[in-house]
Design a protein around this ligand. Sequence first.
Ligand SMILES: Nc1nc2c(ncn2[C@@H]2O[C@H](COP(=O)(O)OP(=O)(O)OP(=O)(O)O)[C@@H](O)[C@H]2O)c(=O)[nH]1
Ligand SMILES: [Mg+2]
Length: 434
Amino acid sequence: MTIAIVLVVAAVLIVAFFLLKKSGGEAPATRPTVARPELRGEAARQRPGAAPQAASPQPASPRDQAPAATGAAADVQAETRGAPEEPQGAPAGQAGAEPLTTDGAVPVEAPAEVGAPRRPMVDVEGMRRGLARSRSQEGFFGRLRSLFAGARQIDESIAQEIEEVLLTSDVGVSTTRTILDRIREDLERGDLSDPSKVWEALRREARRILEVDGRAGPIVPRTKPTVVLLVGVNGAGKTTTIGKLATKLVGEGNQVLLAAGDTFRAAAVQQLKVWGERVGCDVVAGKDASDPSSVIFDAVRKGEELGADVVLADTAGRLHTKTNLMAEMQKIARSATKALAGAPHETLLVIDATNGQNALAQAKEFAEALDLTGIVLTKLDGTAKGGVVLGICDTLRLPVRYVGLGERADDLHEFSPEAFVEALLGRDEEDAAA
Ligand SMILES: Nc1nc2c(ncn2[C@@H]2O[C@H](COP(=O)(O)OP(=O)(O)OP(=O)(O)O)[C@@H](O)[C@H]2O)c(=O)[nH]1
Ligand SMILES: [Mg+2]
């Protein structure tokens, strides 16, 4: 009996041995799911530029567990699977990587890429580009710079040459005299021993003039609504500046209302409405040829009702011949006060820099008639006589609050004396190194 059992077991073992040998050690039935990564890896290696991750072992996903295909189908699948996977975030420049704007407004301060730092408020490089004419060889800065070229003697002759550049760059007689008096004093004391010291003295004088008792800086909405009146002769850039300012203020999260106070021309109202649409601001406008004072009054009241942060009021630069512009501006200011005590909180005089010294006579009239709080100097990009800023600031004793350096919405720059002097009179790197 025992012998019989031993014989049966031996027979079973022998049969099992032969069966195993016949199968030749083939892979077990589960093998296909393991084979697929190898196939992916091979295909991936054959594709130029394929991502290395495709060749390396991947964590199993539900897709990976699909049965392996064979033949041509396997090749197609392998090719597809072996393709490099799209990175999570598409690189900048591809669709889907555009800078995001939430409201379709002109993205003035929008960073070049999502996540990039916000552009600084005072953009010295941008200003420098806008001041290219003044910085050119024939311009204000270029001509001053050429006085210091090479090794030169520092004596009275340099003072005379600086004087000539200032006078011919619209700095004006009285401001030029003030600057030169100080430089001559320093020269006599022997404080300006080399060109770099003279240059620094010039920059110091420019900063001192532009600081106007430290009253510079952009509009800061403090009361709701902060009412800002923009005045100036026709064509100075009032309406354009309102559009640019609205863009800036809306971009900073303020609710802005525009008041079409230039009722002299129908086109002026239309121009403001276009800006309103572009920036996403309501525009308060009266009927044709309505009284500008009543438009401003309504706008201030509407601003209060809406809880707006800022009301920007446009005005006419020219009226019917018999109407006195200054008297009209005073009436507008009074009607703003009637609508809201304390308004207008800011009255900005818009001056076209390309008018040079001629702009000064008109500016003086506005300064006498109104309680001006600052200057917006437009079209500085269009003149080589950037020195005009010094003359205007010094004569009017009013701070420049913004400068216009082009016609686009983001061409209005907040003004800081320090940054402006750096942009206008800052030496290029190669000069500084010399
Ligand atoms: N290059 C340049 N052009 C400017 C700048 N600011 C305004 N302009 C242009 O100057 C012209 C007159 O600007 P407006 O804003 O219409 O001037 P305004 O003071 O409202 O003129 P009126 O309504 O006639 O009193 C327009 O063509 C503007 O595009 C600036 O900073 N640089
Ligand atoms: Mg206008």
